[in-house]
Design a protein around this ligand. Structure first.
Ligand code: NAI
Length: 412
């Protein structure tokens, strides 16, 4: 039995899945291949990724390849109930609903693993962590794929500690993932969500972006394009220099706190904004997070400074400070682009999920010879996805002649 909110939402969810299908040509190409080859025949795949229309396409692709598929969401606030209903109506095992309590959310993940998958597709490492508690669900497990930077950091820590018990593929680190999804997907969708939820101007505002990595540089770049005056804070000296030479103001968060109008964190770190920063922010400053966990700005600190927390409008809570200033928290500090917006555009997830699907196929085919380590996505997979995407976009690519190749290899 699926664990969903309302099956009557299925027709709306099906329309949304049909919409994204038209903008995911790489998944279409893989679907044709998977239908013919059935690479996952007889295998079970459990997916834990933000459960919205693009993820539904991934689940359906895996099923087209012969897999039995169970899905759950990787954040209770990013789950779309109509998509859950649509997937359930198509016979996919779904355990998720919007707004699940922490206990319900964990139970949804447990039920998705109870299915004893051969492959897991994880986003942020929740499945891998839960399998420590329920090792009986890992009896068939060949390995899995990890979607995001924070999940990769957690897997690397496990490799160092010797506690990774199956091979995992670092999908995030493939070129066709982080160069486009993290930078351009997050860059665009963060502003889509902030503009939609606040209905405020961005142009002319002082925007403070914490981090200048793949996601945060995209966020800074798009803010600049929207006419904001952008400040970047960093802890990495090279990234700080890169931001400065890309034309951004670089300073410490202590100095940025009193001058920012909109703050966006995307560092993968915690406590980037704390009490001493909130104490100095302007009245009506907006604070949002695009990092994987809701720890980048410290909500407990903000609460401790507040006399009242009140609902201002959908996806915005006002924290009234003792001196009557209000700090606006977007999307409760969760990933703003997915919770308060539509997430990454379909064209971007087309590449990320193509890497997921081909990496899952790779793990299935090579799992027996792999060690309990974190593996990079093979270059052939990355390149293949890039080539299909270029073709779908109608973009030509020059080819090296043998003489040019030799020249580039220093043979002249
Ligand atoms: P990254 O490693 O490329 O960039 C993070 C940057 O933040 C680095 O330059 C680092 O030096 C900097 N940083 C770390 N601690 C800091 C601090 N205390 N103050 C200022 N800067 C700091 O990582 P990436 O790929 O940009 O991912 C960042 C986060 O976003 C991760 O949690 C990742 O899982 C998440 N993510 C979110 C997405 C979304 O849709 N919202 C999409 C993809 C990733």
């Amino acid at each position: 039995m699926p664990t969903i909110r309302d099956i009557s939402l299925a027709p709306l969810g099906l329309k949304r899945i049909e919409w994204v299908r038209d903008f995911m040509p790489v998944l279409d190409a893989l679907e044709k291949r998977f239908i013919a080859e059935k690479p996952f025949a007889g295998k079970r795949v459990s997916v834990c990724v933000h459960l919205e229309a693009k993820t539904a396409r991934l689940a359906l692709l895996m099923r087209a390849g012969g897999a039995e598929v169970a899905v759950t969401g990787s954040n209770p606030l990013s789950t779309k109930d109509d998509i859950c209903a649509a997937l359930a109506s198509l016979g996919i095992e779904v355990h998720a609903f919007f707004g699940a309590t922490p206990e319900e959310y964990k139970e949804h993940q447990r039920r998705t693993l109870e299915f004893c998958p051969h492959i897991i597709i994880d986003d942020g490492g929740d499945f891998v962590t839960l399998l420590d508690k329920y090792p009986q669900y890992a009896t068939n497990l060949i390995g899995g794929c990890e979607e995001t930077t924070t999940g990769i950091s957690r897997l690397k820590a496990r490799v160092r500690a010797g506690t990774l018990r199956f091979p995992m593929m670092a999908v995030n680190d493939a070129n066709c993932k982080h160069l486009f999804d993290n930078r351009h997907g997050t860059g665009q969708s963060v502003w889509d969500a902030i503009m939609y939820s606040t209905n405020n101007m961005v142009t002319g505002k002082t925007v403070v972006v914490a981090g200048y990595g793949f996601c945060s540089s995209g966020i800074a770049m798009r803010a600049k394009g929207l006419g904001a005056n952008v400040i970047v804070t960093e802890v990495n000296p090279y990234r700080a220099l890169e931001a400065a030479m890309d034309g951004f103001r670089v300073m410490r968060m202590d100095d940025a706190a009193p001058i920012g109008d909109i703050f966006v964190c995307a560092t993968g770190c915690k406590d980037v904004i704390t009490k001493r920063h909130f104490e100095r922010m302007k009245n009506n400053a907006m604070v949002a997070n695009a990092g994987h966990f809701d720890v980048e700005f410290n909500k407990d600190d903000l609460r401790s400074l507040s006399t009242e927390v009140f609902d201002r409008k959908p996806f915005i809570d006002g924290y009234r400070l003792k001196d009557e200033r209000i700090i606006n928290v977007l999307a409760d500090g969760r990933l703003v682009n997915i919770v308060a917006g539509n997430g990454h555009p379909a064209e971007i997830m087309d590449m990320s999920f193509a890497i997921q699907a081909l990496s899952a196929k790779y793990i299935m085919e090579h799992g027996a010879s792999l060690e309990n380590k974190l593996y990079n996505v093979p270059d052939e997979i990355d390149r293949e996805v890039a080539l299909i995407k270029l073709e779908a976009m109608g973009l030509g690519l020059d080819r090296l002649t043998p003489e040019q190749e030799a020249y580039l290899n220093g043979e002249f």
